[in-house]
Design a protein around this ligand. Structure first.
Ligand code: ADP
Length: 748
C-alpha cells in the first residue's frame, strides 16, 4: 500500500542563537521540499512545539528566501523550561502527532540536543499516555510510532567533541578579529594594553584562535589553565614585547578561564595586574553578544547548508535505524556521530576541567586545537628572539598570484624559525628576486603586524624560473648560503619548487630541503583540501553577492556573477552555495548549449509566474565560448522586457583584503609544519622536496616528486576535488533544472 500520509519534518532552532542557523533552516526546508516531504517551521525553539497553534507552521520554498545573509535565526530560539518537564514534552508530542510530524531536525547546543534525544527515547511512552488520555487516536499513534531525529550543532563556542567546527564559531571569530583590529589601532596610538574577554565558558577555542590570528600577547583558556606564577610570566611577556617596540599589548581571556586550582580569573583581575605591574593605562573589553551578531561568514553559510541537506537525508533515511545522529563537519567532510555519545563527551569536558584533568580536557578538543595551543605557546614564549650565530639559513619566497594570508605564513614561519634556532631570510619579489639575490635577514620584529596584513610584504612575482635561469639561481643561492627554502604560493610556486628539486643532481645549491606551502585563492593545489587565501576570497565573493542582491532588490533582475579561480571551480561553486545562487557554471562540468537553452526557457516561465530575482555564478574559465557576457545576452534576449540582466565580474578584489581568521589559522598551522619538516630534513641532511597540505583536518606532507600524479595538468587543478560533493548540495537547495533536464532525458 502506498504511504497514506506524507512525510512531515519539523525544523527548529533552540538554545543560544548562532550565525548560520538560518542557512541550516533554509537548507532543511528546501531539501525537504526537493525530496518530496512536507516541512514545518517550529518557532521559538521547543516552546513553539509546546504551544502549538501558530508556533508550528508549514513552510514553503519562498518562506526561506533571502535569509542566509541574516544573523540570528528567523524562526526564533528560546530557552524553554517547560520542555524540561514531562508535561511540556507531552504537549509537544501531541502537537507534533496532530500535524503528522514525526521527524525533527534541531539546530542548537548540547542542551537542546539532550532535550531532543530525551524526547525521542520517551516518544512511545508519551504517545501511549496521549492515547490513554484520548488526546490522540491509537491509529495516529501507530502511524507515528517513532520519532526520527537529527541534530546540528549551533554554538559559537565550537565546543562539540568530535567535530571541527560548530555553526556560528567562524563568524564569532570574525567579530572578535574585527574588535581586535579596532582595539589595536586605538591601543597603538596611545601605547595601551587591552584585556579582551571572549565567550567560552568551558571551551577556549574562540580565545585561542583569536589570540593567534590577532597576533595577541597572552591567552587564558579553561582547558589549559596557566601554571602557578603565570601573573609574573604574563607581565614579563608584555614588558619584553614593549621593550622590543610593540606599541600595544593584547591579552585574550575566555570567560570561563581559571587558574590550576579552579579559581576563576576575571578580566578585571588581569587588567589590574597589568596596570599595577606595567604602570600603564589598561582597558577591558568584554565582547559579549557582539560575537553572536552580524552577517554570517561564508563558512557559516556553506557548512550549515551542507549539514541541513544531510540532516534531511538522515531523517528520511536514517543511517542506522533507531540511532540518533548529530551531524557535523570534520575535515571538510560531513560526519554523523551517535548523538548521545557526542553530547555526553561534550558535557564531560567541564567535569574534566573541574577535576583538574587538563590533559584529558585538551585531548577532548582534538588535534588541531592542541596544535594551535602549541603554536601560540611558541609564539608568545619563544626559545629565543634572535637567531644564534652561525645557524642554518632558511629562505622564504613567495610565488604565483597574491593570496591573503601569505604574510601570516611568512610571519609565523619567521618567528617559529627564529625560536627554533634558524636564521630566516626574506627573499624579495619571488624567484626573480632569488635570481638577483635580493634577500634580507628577517628579525623577530621585522614581521610585526604581518599576521593580519593583506598583500605580500616580501613582494611576489608570478614567474616560474626557466631552465636557463637555474644556473644563475643556483649561484645566488650559494651566495646567500641557503640551507633550506620555504616557497609560499600557488601553482607557479609549486612548479618552481618541483623544478629545482628535480634538477638537484645538476645543481648542488638545490640539494637542500625545499618545502612548498599552499597559498592560492584558486584552491587548485595538490595534496590539500584548502589553500591559504581561499576562505578570504570566498568571503569577498559572498559579500559582493550580498551587495549585488541588495542592488537588485527593487527591480526584477537576473545577475550573472563571475568569480576567479581559473579552471578550478572552487570559488564559483562555494560562493554559489554560500551566496544562494541558483545556477553555477563550472569548467569541471562544462557548459552545454542545451543546458543554457533550458535554463533560459525555465527562467522565462519562472519570471512570468512572479519571480523577482535570479542569480547565477560562472567560473571565469567555465567555457571558452559561453562567456559571462554571452550568457547575460542570452538571458536578456529572452526577457521580453520582463526582467533586466546585469553581469558582474568580481575580479581581483578576491585577492585583496586582510586574511580572514580561518586563513590566518591555516597559514599558521602550515608554517609550523613546514618548519618542522625543514628542521627534520636539515637534521638528517636529506634534500627533501615536499609540499604541505590539509587533509581530513590534519596537516600532512607529500613528496614533490609525485606532485604531477595528482594534477590535471592541462587545467591546473587536482584530479580529485573534494568540494565537488557540494554540487548535489546546491542542487538540493535550488530549483534544479539540470536535474530536470536529465530526468526528462531519461523519460524520453
Ligand atoms: P544550548 O542548546 O545552547 O546548549 P540550553 O542548554 O539552554 O542551550 O538548552 C536549550 C533548551 O533545550 C532548553 O531551554 C530546554 O528547552 C532544552 N533542554 C536542554 N536540556 C534539556 C534536558 N536535559 N531535558 C529537556 N530539555 C532540555
Amino acid at each position: 500500500m502506498a504511504n497514506a500520509h506524507p512525510v512531515r519534518i519539523g525544523v527548529l532552532t533552540s538554545g543560544g542563537d548562532a550565525q548560520g542557523m538560518n542557512a541550516a533552516v533554509r537548507a532543511v526546508v528546501r531539501t525537504a521540499i526537493s525530496r518530496g516531504a512536507e516541512v514545518f517551521a517550529i518557532f521559538e525553539g521547543y516552546q513553539g512545539m509546546i504551544d502549538g497553534g501558530d508556533g508550528i507552521r508549514p513552510f514553503g520554498w519562498d518562506d526561506v528566501g533571502s535569509i542566509m545573509a541574516k544573523g540570528g535565526t528567523v524562526i526564533g530560539t528560546f530557552r524553554s523550561s517547560e520542555f524540561r518537564t514531562w508535561e511540556g514534552r507531552l504537549k509537544a508530542a501531541r502537537n507534533l502527532v496532530d500535524r503528522g510530524i514525526d521527524r525533527l531536525v534541531v539546530i542548537g547546543g548540547d542542551g537542546s540536543l539532550t532535550g531532543l534525544d530525551l524526547m525521542r527515547h520517551e516518544w512511545p511512552d508519551l504517545l501511549a499516555e496521549l492515547v490513554e488520555n484520548d488526546q490522540i487516536s491509537a491509529e495516529k499513534a501507530a502511524q507515528h510510532a517513532d520519532l526520527i531525529i537529527a541534530g546540528l550543532v549551533g554554538s559559537i563556542d565550537n565546543d562539540l567533541v568530535g567535530v571541527d567546527s560548530t555553526i556560528g564559531a567562524d563568524t564569532a571569530l570574525h567579530r572578535i578579529l574585527e574588535a581586535i583590529d579596532a582595539l589595536s589601532s586605538t591601543a597603538a596610538s596611545h601605547q595601551r594594553s587591552f584585556v579582551l574577554e571572549v565567550m567560552g565558558r568551558h571551551c577556549g577555542y574562540l580565545a585561542l584562535a583569536a589570540a593567534i590570528s590577532g597576533g595577541c600577547d597572552y591567552v587564558l583558556i579553561p582547558e589549559n589553565p596557566p601554571a602557578d606564577g603565570w601573573e609574573e610570566e604574563m607581565c614579563q611577556i608584555l614588558r619584553t614585547a614593549r621593550a622590543r617596540g610593540r606599541r600595544d599589548s593584547l591579552v585574550v581571556i575566555a570567560e570561563g578561564a581559571t587558574d590550576r586550582q579552579g579559581n576563576p580569573i576575571s578580566s578585571e583581575y588581569v587588567r589590574k595586574l597589568i596596570e599595577d605591574n606595567l604602570h600603564e593605562s589598561t582597558r577591558t573589553t568584554i565582547l559579549g553578544h557582539v560575537q553572536r551578531g552580524g552577517t554570517p561568514s561564508a563558512y557559516d553559510r556553506w557548512t550549515p547548508t551542507w549539514l541541513g541537506v544531510e540532516a534531511v537525508d538522515e531523517v528520511l533515511n536514517p543511517t542506522v535505524p533507531g540511532e540518533a545522529k548529530v551531524i557535523g563537519i570534520r575535515g571538510n567532510n560531513v560526519v554523523r556521530l551517535p548523538l548521545p555519545k557526542a553530547v555526553q563527551d561534550t558535557q564531560h569536558v567541564p567535569d574534566l576541567i573541574a577535576a583538574s584533568d587538563f590533559t584529558a580536557a585538551m585531548d577532548a578538543r582534538g588535534p588541531s586545537f592542541n596544535e594551535l595551543d602549541k603554536i601560540f605557546t611558541e609564539l608568545s614564549k619563544p626559545t629565543r628572539h634572535a637567531a644564534p650565530e652561525g645557524s642554518k639559513r632558511i629562505g622564504i619566497v613567495h610565488a604565483g598570484g597574491l593570496a591573503p594570508g601569505m604574510n601570516t605564513a611568512a610571519a609565523v614561519a619567521t618567528r617559529l624559525g627564529i625560536s627554533r634556532g634558524f636564521t630566516m631570510l626574506g627573499i624579495q619579489n619571488g624567484f626573480e628576486g632569488l635570481r638577483k639575490g635580493t634577500a634580507r635577514e628577517l628579525g623577530w620584529d621585522d614581521v610585526e603586524g604581518w599576521i593580519g596584513a593583506g598583500g605580500a610584504e616580501l613582494g611576489l612575482r608570478r614567474t616560474v624560473p626557466s631552465m636557463e635561469d637555474l644556473y644563475k639561481l643556483s649561484r645566488t643561492m650559494e651566495d646567500l648560503r641557503l640551507d633550506g627554502l620555504l616557497v609560499i604560493g600557488g601553482w607557479n610556486a609549486y612548479q618552481a619548487a618541483y623544478l629545482m628539486h628535480s634538477e638537484r643532481s645538476r645543481y648542488p645549491a638545490f640539494q637542500i630541503p625545499i618545502i612548498a606551502l599552499p597559498a592560492s585563492i584558486d584552491n587548485n593545489l595538490p595534496g590539500t583540501e584548502l589553500a591559504v587565501g581561499t576562505d578570504t576570497a570566498l568571503n569577498v565573493a559572498v559579500t559582493s553577492i550580498d551587495m549585488i542582491k541588495m542592488s537588485g532588490a527593487a527591480t526584477t533582475r537576473s545577475f550573472i556573477v563571475e568569480t576567479m579561480g581559473r579552471y578550478c571551480g572552487f570559488l564559483a561553486l562555494m560562493s554559489g552555495v554560500a551566496g544562494g545562487a541558483e545556477r553555477v557554471y563550472l569548467n569541471e562540468e562544462g557548459v552545454e548549449l542545451g543546458e543554457l537553452a533550458y535554463d533560459v526557457a525555465w527562467l522565462q516561465r519562472s519570471f512570468a509566474s512572479g519571480r523577482k530575482f535570479f542569480l547565477a555564478i560562472r567560473n571565469e574559465k567555465a567555457s571558452e565560448s559561453y562567456t559571462t557576457e554571452f550568457i547575460g545576452r542570452m538571458l536578456e534576449g529572452a526577457s521580453n522586457g520582463v526582467y533586466d540582466v546585469r553581469t558582474h565580474i568580481i575580479g581581483h578584489v578576491q585577492q585583496g583584503g586582510e586574511p580572514t581568521p580561518a586563513d590566518r589559522l591555516l597559514a599558521a598551522r602550515f608554517a609550523s609544519e613546514a618548519l618542522t619538516q625543514l628542521a627534520a630534513a636539515l637534521e638528517t641532511g636529506k634534500p627533501t622536496g615536499a609540499y604541505i597540505g590539509l587533509q581530513s583536518s590534519k596537516i600532512v606532507t607529500s613528496p614533490l616528486s609525485h606532485m604531477l600524479d595528482y594534477m590535471d595538468i592541462e587545467h591546473r587543478r587536482p584530479i580529485d576535488q573534494w568540494w565537488m560533493q557540494l554540487r548535489p548540495v546546491l542542487q538540493a537547495v535550488t530549483d534544479d533544472v539540470t536535474r530536470l533536464v536529465r530526468k526528462k532525458g531519461k523519460e524520453k
